[in-house]
Design a protein around this ligand. Structure first.
Ligand SMILES: [Zn+2]
Length: 269
């Protein structure tokens, strides 16, 4: 029975991850993890890519074409597929995830903390401020695992995006945030893998030196995918380039649930 934690670090570019994330780099080096380079879909904006990562569909197919499309997902997605298979779902994430999979528009009182079996994200802990501390977000994720043992947990820190949009990708603040996120994740990843979770770490998009993302250049399109599995050896740095559309079917496969027919790309694992 597969369990999955997906860490979707907002604006975690490939170069910043590989340069800064020392524990994940260690797991790659000793072949306990597999590292892939993901070519992100377009536009390299947040809400469209949240939906792409969870549906395996491009923006023109799922319809969330900009950050300003505020509605629930209408396509088969990871949360829905997990719920239909009777799995427990959870997320510690920005409130746009609540809007995509629970309720839209977001009510910051009613929707902030939910434990409701009828929702697609059954155990949700959401935040609305872009400078919400990553270390608190990771702690919330750790609590969700210990308290509810969800089959699928989304962990979505905003710190890379916040630092990138304030200082740019070519800044110590952006680069160092990758080091800090890696440090804050280290013990959690060890615990989660010990509890039988497959852990994936990726980004929705990257960041450019001009303090933005949204365009088509490699700095905003290329994100990492680290995959650590509980009882399966990693492949180290695979040097493989994969599509962002492969993430959703990969998560479904790792959860041991049926992959929706709309997720047409080949799973990575
Ligand atoms: Zn984003």
């Amino acid at each position: 029975m597969g369990k999955v934690v997906l860490v979707l670090s907002d604006a975690l570019g490939y170069d910043a991850a590989v340069a800064g994330m020392g524990y994940l780099g260690h797991l790659v080096e000793v072949k306990l993890a597999s590292l892939y380079k993901v070519i992100g879909e377009l536009p390299s904006m947040s809400r469209p890519m949240y939906e792409t990562v969870h549906t395996g569909l491009a923006a023109n197919e799922h319809g969330i074409i900009s950050n300003l499309v505020v509605r629930r997902s209408t396509k088969p997605n990871v949360f829905q597929a997990a719920r239909e298979a009777g799995k427990i779902t959870a997320a510690a994430a920005y409130y746009w995830f609540s809007e995509l999979y629970n309720r839209a528009p977001y009510d910051r009182i009613d929707d902030r903390e939910v434990d409701d079996d009828t929702l697609l994200i059954q155990h949700g802990r959401f935040y609305t401020q872009d400078d919400y501390p990553d270390i608190e977000l990771f702690a919330t994720a750790g609590t969700l695992v210990r308290k509810f043992a969800p089959d699928y947990l989304l962990v979505h820190p905003m710190g890379m995006d916040y630092m990138g949009e304030k200082y740019g990708a070519d800044s110590s603040e952006y680069r160092n945030r990758a080091i800090l996120q890696d440090m804050w994740m280290t013990n959690l990843i060890a615990e989660w893998v010990g509890r039988g979770y497959s852990v994936l770490v990726t980004g929705d998009h990257g960041m450019n030196a001009d303090k933005l993302h949204g365009g088509t250049t490699p700095d905003v399109r290329e994100v990492p995918l680290y995959l650590i599995r509980p009882d399966v050896a990693g492949k180290g740095d695979t040097k493989e380039v994969i599509s962002q559309l492969q993430i959703a079917p990969t998560v479904c496969k790792l959860l041991d649930i049926a992959i929706p027919a709309t997720m047409k790309q080949v799973p990575v694992a």
